[in-house]
Design a protein around this ligand. Structure first.
Ligand code: SF4
Length: 451
């Protein structure tokens, strides 16, 4: 299939949209001025069930929905679009976006390393073993997910972008940090790049081969959004060759595949692409956030994890939706997510129980909702750091008061003083835990809600 992208500029060429009333189309176009919109002919023709719009999960995954903006903002931007005043549209879109937390969890200020007063843009080092690299030309995707927390990357806000083309700087950095074993090449979607560009980043790594580096991970949704990238595209064979060169070099290659819904795995195209990638010796691990309107269904998760195991893939993460973009549209409470996860995991064999979740990617680390417990008649969330900026926090279990409406760590309060004491002295990592219900902590700066 020949790739054809649809953006807000040529949305009207999607003939299937004629199925929607004009007013719904206008509102959708208005939302697309604020949130980045891009899809492609494979998603439109092979994944979306047009007899089920607007409820179809893949339609919800890729097309902007009016309810993603607060009513008042939607009215504002719709009026601006109707006025045809491009300056006004731009101004209002920008102001709405900036209220939508475009860089959650301190991504820019906390994760980008600094060396000799130089910020190493395009590199992030949050967890000691894993470095993230954002190749400059990989900062886009074959289609955009409506819930994407990287959405600021796609809308041209220069100060929010993070990308690099300096592989040497990356390799120097990895060599200087012996604790690093994993490199995650991410984006956007690095598989959007042509193979010759991917080679430009990977080959120097294979040549210099830092001794501490064991695994190259590539984060991608191409298996779902454009599986031809691994089969029919002109440079698909070269890409698979490159994958083989990585595994032949003795390094692991882990494809961090983003599958949000079972539907994405059901086409022949996806199956062929998975087979081709696996044949290179790469391991495919699967992850996705859990989201209202798209995949808030335990039965679907169970079937998806079973299918992943059947196809030789590894279920890896279920994430809680991040506090960014149209979060209120997608958010499930922690209680709901935990119950869906529990119901789903009970239906699969041990081989699918490699998946962890629901997990929140917070400023301090990945925090798993590990249980809802009743102790002496009171209800608590059992939480656990499964990854942490401060390595000594990894695997630490702590408790929060049960709150059925809480949707993120910032909505929770610590259950016991002992949890608070354990974190004392690491306030930057526990800001989310405060204020404590005992009100003992007098440090006002620690009480800001800043995750
Ligand atoms: S594929 Fe990933 S980076 Fe691309 S739009 Fe979706 S969530 Fe964002």
């Amino acid at each position: 299939m020949k790739y054809k992208a649809f953006t807000k500029k040529n949305m009207d060429q999607i003939k299937q949209l004629a199925l929607l009333p004009q007013e719904a189309r206008d509102r959708m176009t208005a939302v697309a001025e604020v949130l980045p919109f891009k899809t492609n002919n494979y998603v439109v023709e092979k994944l979306i069930d047009w007899s089920n719009i607007p409820d179809d999960p893949i339609f919800q995954l890729t097309f902007p929905q009016p309810e993603m903006l607060p009513e008042e903002k939607l009215r504002m931007i719709t009026a601006a679009v109707k006025s045809g005043n491009s300056e006004l549209i731009k101004m209002q879109a920008h102001s709405i976006r900036m209220e939508m937390n475009p860089q959650p969890a301190g991504q820019l200020e906390l994760n980008v390393p600094r060396e000799k007063d130089r910020l190493l843009n395009g590199i992030q080092h949050k967890y000691s073993e894993t470095v993230l690299f954002f190749p400059e030309q990989g900062q886009t995707c074959h289609a955009y997910c409506t819930y994407c927390f990287r959405w600021a990357q796609f809308i041209g806000i220069e100060e929010l972008k993070m990308a690099s083309k300096e592989t040497d700087v990356l390799i120097d950095y990895i060599e200087k940090h012996p604790e690093v074993t994993d490199l995650l090449i991410t984006g956007g979607d690095p598989m959007f790049m042509r193979t010759k560009l991917v080679r430009r980043y990977i080959e120097p790594l294979l040549k210099r081969k830092p001794g501490n580096l064991q695994t190259i991970r590539i984060g991608t949704k191409a298996l779902s959004y454009w599986p031809y990238r691994f089969t029919e595209d002109q440079d698909a064979a070269d890409l698979l060759d490159l994958f083989r060169e990585i595994t032949d070099s003795g390094m692991n290659l882990s494809i961090m595949a983003h599958f949000t819904h079972l539907r994405e795995m059901e086409t022949q195209e996806a199956a062929d692409a998975i087979t081709a990638v696996k044949a290179t010796g790469a391991v495919i691990r699967c992850q996705s956030p859990i989201l209202k309107h798209i995949n808030d269904d335990a039965g679907m998760w169970a079937r998806m994890w079973k299918k992943q195991v059947k196809m030789g893939l590894v279920p890896y993460y279920m994430f809680a939706a991040r506090d960014t973009g149209p979060k209120s549209y997608f958010t499930l409470t922690l209680d709901e997510s935990y119950r869906i996860f529990s119901k789903a995991i009970r239906q699969v064999s041990g081989l699918a129980r490699t998946v962890r979740g629901p997990s929140m990617s917070t400023k301090s680390g990945k925090i798993l909702v590990d249980g809802i417990s009743e102790i002496n008649g009171e209800m608590f969330y059992a939480l656990k750091f499964i990854q942490a900026r401060e390595p000594q926090l990894v695997n630490k279990v702590f408790y929060a008061e049960y709150d059925p409406d809480a949707a993120w760590i910032t909505d929770l309060k610590p259950a016991f003083d002992t949890d608070r004491r354990f974190f004392k002295g690491q306030k930057s990592d526990i800001e989310f835990l405060l204020p404590c219900r005992t009100g003992m902590d007098s440090d006002a700066s620690a009480q800001k809600n800043c995750c």
